[in-house]
Design a protein around this ligand. Structure first.
Ligand SMILES: C[n+]1cn([C@@H]2O[C@H](COP(=O)(O)OP(=O)(O)O)[C@@H](O)[C@H]2O)c2nc(N)[nH]c(=O)c21
Ligand SMILES: [Mg+2]
Length: 332
């Protein structure tokens, strides 16, 4: 998008980055539909520097692993909440009924999205209604999430440390349960001031649960259009170099709503039904990583951006506006 073709001599100039010189992008399990386009965008990112970057990431099975070393399955953010022991007896039963009714609709390959949206709104609304009228102590959620703080992709800490050092805002977008997401990220020490979680958070009224806070984030509005006009959008919308990371096809659209002149690099983690899904993932994402349980690719991209930045600002001043402290508290 917008990137002009460079001729061979321009590519030979000092500092131009070539895909063949980035080892993680040359691994067998790293696939690209259009490696020239990826190369162009990476060079835009490196030239633009950290002050033009933002990261938008899904949470479940993108920040957490799709497959753990010990084979223990990592529950989703809703799954973590649903397994809390103090929830009323009928809660789990009713929430499972909803899952069995609506999940087949969510993954139905024949129903058009326009038709699915209403069902998904119904599902999230009814889940919220079930989570109403009883006490729930959030420390129970912390106890549950602490069991899974080691289930983040390898290199997640290093990635988040680099993003903080470079003052790059990170938006974690989840149509799951925000309280589980934040709790797990806090337990794993990656809930830093440059990180904002946009998701569904439990609401309390008179000490009892009262469903989810507005706005509802479901799988079909999980993109930057729900942020438009809000404080967070104002803080990041000038950052037009965007890395998007996700494990579901729909995650590829999370940056929808940013200005069309933006350069967006989409990284997709593919694990289930690799052969059947490959074509769709290759069309939706710029880089498809097959059964990769690490953050090596985004780390390598940041290292390139960082290296050029250090050359330009050897004394540590990065010229970045100090917006990070406001990010977490920014309203939508
Ligand atoms: C309302 N609701 C939605 N989901 C699932 O939560 C997922 C959240 O969507 P997502 O944020 O794209 O998460 P992902 O990273 O796991 O893909 C959806 O794909 C739904 O299948 C839900 N899952 C459970 N267990 N319980 C629920 O009430 C519920
Ligand atoms: Mg996911």
């Amino acid at each position: 998008m917008g990137a002009t073709e460079l001729n061979a001599s321009q590519k030979d100039r000092v500092g131009y980055v070539r895909i063949q010189d980035i080892p993680v992008l040359n691994q067998d399990h790293c696939r690209m539909r259009d490696s020239q386009r990826v190369e162009r965008i990476i060079n835009e990112f490196v030239c633009g520097g950290p002050e033009r970057m933002q990261v938008v990431s899904d949470f479940d099975y993108t920040i957490t692993k799709q497959r753990t070393d010990d084979g223990v399955a990592v529950p989703s953010s809703f799954g973590i909440f649903n397994s809390c022991k103090s929830l009323p007896d009928n809660f789990k039963e009713e929430i499972d009924k909803l899952f069995h009714k609506y999940h087949p609709i969510e993954i139905d390959p024949h129903m058009p999205i326009s038709e699915k949206v209403q069902y998904m709104i119904e599902w999230w609304t009814q889940s919220g209604k079930l989570a109403t009228g009883f006490a729930f102590d959030l420390t129970e959620l912390d106890q549950m999430t602490s069991q899974f703080k080691h289930a983040l992709r390898d290199g997640t800490h290093e990635l988040f440390d680099a993003l903080l050092r470079l003052q790059i805002p990170v938006l974690v977008f989840s149509a799951g349960l925000g309280n589980s997401v934040v709790s797990l990220m806090e337990q794993a020490n990656i809930m830093q001031p440059n990180v904002k979680v946009v998701s569904n958070f439990l609401r309390y009224r008179d000490g009892l649960l009262d469903g989810f806070q507005e706005p509802m984030i479901h799988i079909f509005n999980k993109n930057e259009t729900v942020l438009e006009g809000g404080e967070y959008y104002e803080l990041v919308h000038t950052r037009d170099h965007i890395i998007v990371m996700g494990d579901s096809l729909g995650d590829a659209d999370m940056a929808a709503g940013v200005p069309s002149s933006s350069h967006i690099l989409k990284i997709g983690f593919l694990f289930h039904h690799v052969e059947a899904n490959m074509e769709k993932y290759m069309n939706a994402f710029d880089i498809v990583l097959v059964d990769d349980q690490t953050m090596s690719v985004p780390q390598a991209l940041l290292a390139l951006i960082d290296k050029r930045h250090q050359l330009r600002h050897p004394h540590g001043s990065n010229g970045t506006a100090p917006v990070q402290a406001q990010l977490q508290s920014a309203s939508l």
